[in-house]
Design a binder for this molecule. Sequence first.
Ligand code: GUN
Length: 292
Amino acid sequence: MNILDGKILAAKIREELAAAVEEIKAEGGKIPHLAAVLVGEDPASQVYVRNKVRSCEKIGFKSTLIRRPADVSEDELLGIVEELNQDEDIDGFIVQLPLPEHIDENRVTLAIQPGKDVDGFHPVNFGRMAQGLPAYIPATPNGILEMLKRYEIETAGKEVVVVGRSNIVGMPMGILMALKAYPGNATVTICHSRTRDLAEHTRRADIVIAAIGRPNFITADMLKEGVVIVDVGINRVDDEDAPRGYRLVGDVDFDSAATKASWITPVPGGVGQLTVVSLLMNTLKASRGEVY
Ligand code: GUN
């Protein structure tokens, strides 16, 4: 069993991004600039956005954080989006989700100019991705592609089973793995809560991508020998012995799955490590005009 190490990979990509910034500086070019809009006080969102902004600073990107209280009006938020769309110094921006209930997330996402949508949430980016055109790919699928690429995991002709069909992980991941590209060219099955016999599918899989949000859900008996496991889940489970009273586990039961897997991502230290760097990679692409 070999580890697909997200931590090492993320550190390496951050070094590459920092080197790219140095090069831009040496040439007198424009420093990549990411903006983030944070509405309200949701503790998880605050942590995520802080990580994004801090990561920008660490590698030498410019960043701008725009905060508004939870009772901001939809109109004001749409106004901020429009300003960011027009601001020539901003290469890309994100509006952190979830938004308060009185705001229509779809409306806000649609208002973001696709060329600056480094989250890859706009349907134009989803559509371009599905057609194999240059597009911003959402952070988690983008991170998984990068991981498969850098560990040179073969995907052509493989049976890939994606468990989960969310707009930002399962669905795009299924499409990407089926595209005529590397990583891709796989035969893809997307499983979900209404799948009749999940294990029947996962047992056939050469590659399992688990994104369901259920702790330790996939176990060794559901897997075939030599399978590659990409575990997207980050679930809290109670653990009295852990410093905070809980620990993080994936959607895959690591210890049991490791007995069958040829490659496996740990949780923590796997795919999750790559999400912020994926956003930074998209921001660099935006500043270079590589997508639009
Ligand atoms: N909320 C949870 N993950 C994300 C993300 O990747 N982008 C945004 N904008 N909001 C999120």
